[in-house]
Design a protein around this ligand. Structure first.
Ligand code: GTB
Length: 216
């Protein structure tokens, strides 16, 4: 069966590729696995049929041959483990790549998501400036540490892995803030990921959904 993923019918990011289906699409493109997409409205994401797939009522989800998954990290790990191309062949290399996936979502992403939440929900609050300064300092600390690890390397380990895919997708959430650009090696790292044909295909596919929604 061709796997089916879910994505926003009308992404609030207006086709910038920041919703988490893009990273799943990227993984699928990297391994050459065709897929189908079921587009959901916000109401459909909270309806029983979708809650049976993801109790948190979010995208992306994954269905294939009776297996349903949610959590972009879990889905991408499944793709990486069942196809060639995203995990190294050595056992140690695989563990290192998976470790970087967790580092991306569990160590680097939290302050980046906090920063987004501060912009979305605290902008009118009297503490906005001080809170923003605090979360940006936390983001900067993680970027400094990541930049120091990456150094002059192209990728976090010896070659591109699922760990890079996840880390780059997390760094993209800083968008036009200029925070990644303050670290030229990280900016080049993100650009290197975005230049991959698989990323380009994934980005184009999610953009096409947004553009089609504008025509209706
Ligand atoms: N940890 C889960 C995963 O990695 O799969 C998080 C999934 C998640 O956050 N899904 C979001 C969602 O379904 C979409 S991606 N939200 C709807 C809801 O919770 O009701 C997060 C996202 C949304 C919008 C933008 N944007 O507009 O820029 C960026 C990222």
């Amino acid at each position: 069966m061709t796997p089916i993923i879910t994505a926003f019918a009308n992404s609030p990011d207006r086709g910038r590729g920041l919703a988490r289906d893009t990273r799943v699409r990227w993984a699928l493109e990297e391994v050459g696995q065709p897929y189908d997409v079921r587009l959901l409205s916000f109401a459909e994401m909270k309806a029983p049929a979708h809650l049976a797939l993801n109790p948190f009522g979010q995208i992306p989800t994954w269905e294939e041959d009776g297996l349903a998954l949610f959590e972009s990290g879990g889905i991408i790990l499944r793709i990486a483990e069942t196809h060639e191309g995203l995990l190294p062949s050595s056992e140690a290399g695989r563990s290192r790549a998976i470790m970087w996936m967790f580092a991306a979502v569990n160590t680097v992403e939290p302050p980046i998501v906090d920063r987004t939440m501060v912009f979305l929900f605290e902008r009118e609050e009297p503490w906005f400036e001080a809170r923003l300064e605090g979360v940006e300092a936390q983001c900067r600390r993680r970027l400094e540490q990541l930049s120091a690890w990456l150094g002059e390397k192209d990728w976090l380990e010896d070659g591109f892995t699922v760990g890079d895919l996840m880390m780059i997708s997390v760094l993209q959430r800083l968008g036009s803030s200029g925070m990644v650009e303050a670290f030229p090696n990280l900016a080049a790292y993100v650009a290197r990921g975005e230049a991959r044909p698989a990323y380009q295909a994934a980005f184009a596919a999610q953009l096409a959904v947004f553009e089609a929604a504008q025509d209706t």
